[in-house]
Design a protein around this ligand. Structure first.
Ligand SMILES: NC(=O)c1ccc[n+]([C@@H]2O[C@H](COP(=O)([O-])OP(=O)(O)OC[C@H]3O[C@@H](n4cnc5c(N)ncnc54)[C@H](OP(=O)(O)O)[C@@H]3O)[C@@H](O)[C@H]2O)c1
Length: 256
């Protein structure tokens, strides 16, 4: 499936992976709907897409606020028509260590990373089911595969996204709506810019967006990339705790 002439919403499009996805989708001829909280960055994105002849509409909204995200998607649908693809990409990474427990950060990540995906998919799924056509995409993370020290809350929020989307995907089999979970490794974005730990196989946001869009054309159930990082996570899954603790003393996954 190509994205030309498709109406595609990207949440978290004001920076990082979402920005790159929105730019590349517009370049491929999609009608792009972009959502984020920062109006200024959205206006910048809009200008840069329009300058290259792309079609884009933007809406300010917090994905963790159910009413706000519904209002944002309603306003985009009025401009773009029924939505063919929803890419629930918005997310945050903040520390969630054990001593002290950073419960507020865990709450934020569950609200934005997990419920934000649920609310975003909810805005378009009923209409997709009515039309028996559509593609739901959630940007999860390799962090979904292993609880890591210092980042337990982030990992839990992404594991929730992956499990939720797996359940949806199976339930929606034969209803005409595909569900894809994308699990990137380390991507060079504002989210990871403050990481002071090693980030194996770090990839640019542009390259990541290219890989994601190429994969989405096949509508896979899950897309993990890069594969070398997936292999590392597989090793980490079965490694003894003392090995992980030595390798990742305070967490080395995306965080603010
Ligand atoms: N970078 C990585 O290594 C990596 C790896 C695996 C998975 N991921 C996931 O990929 C996604 C994008 O990450 P990124 O690295 O591109 O992060 P980023 O550079 O920090 O960008 C995050 C985007 O999400 C938006 N956002 C954050 N909270 C929001 C909210 N409550 N409502 C609406 N928009 C919100 C931000 O815009 P506003 O601030 O304007 O709202 C921004 O556009 C996230 O889900 C992240 O967990 C990233």
């Amino acid at each position: 499936m190509s994205f030309a002439n498709r109406a595609v919403i990207v949440t978290g499009a004001s920076g990082g992976i979402g920005w790159a996805l929105a730019q590349q989708l517009a370049a491929q001829g999609a009608r792009v709907g972009a959502i984020a909280r920062r109006a200024e960055q959205l206006a910048e994105l809009e200008q840069s897409v329009r300058m290259t002849g792309g079609t884009i509409a933007t809406a300010v909204g917090d994905v963790g606020d159910r009413e706000a995200i519904h209002a944002a998607v309603r306003s985009l649908t009025e401009k773009l028509g029924p939505i063919d693809v929803m890419i629930a990409n918005a997310g945050v990474g903040v520390p969630s260590g054990a001593d002290p427990m950073q419960v507020h950060n865990v709450e934020t990540m569950m609200r934005v990373n997990f419920l934000g995906v649920v609310y975003s998919l909810e805005t378009v799924l009923p209409e997709m089911l009515r039309r028996r056509s559509g593609h739901l995409v959630a940007i999860s993370s390799m962090a979904a595969y292993k609880g890591l020290p210092g980042s337990a809350g982030y990992c839990a929020s992404k594991a929730a996204v992956s499990s939720y989307c797996e359940g949806l995907r199976i339930e929606l089999r034969s209803r005409g709506v595909a569900v894809t979970t994308v699990c990137p490794g380390f991507i060079d974005t504002p989210m990871t810019a403050k990481n002071d730990r090693a980030m194996p196989f770090l990839m640019s946001a542009d390259r990541a967006a290219r890989r994601i869009l190429r994969a989405l054309e096949r509508r896979p159930a899950v897309y993990d990339f890069p594969k070398r990082m997936r292999f590392l996570m597989w090793l980490a899954k079965w490694a003894p705790d003392r090995t992980i603790a030595r390798q990742i003393p305070a967490g080395a996954i995306p965080r603010e």
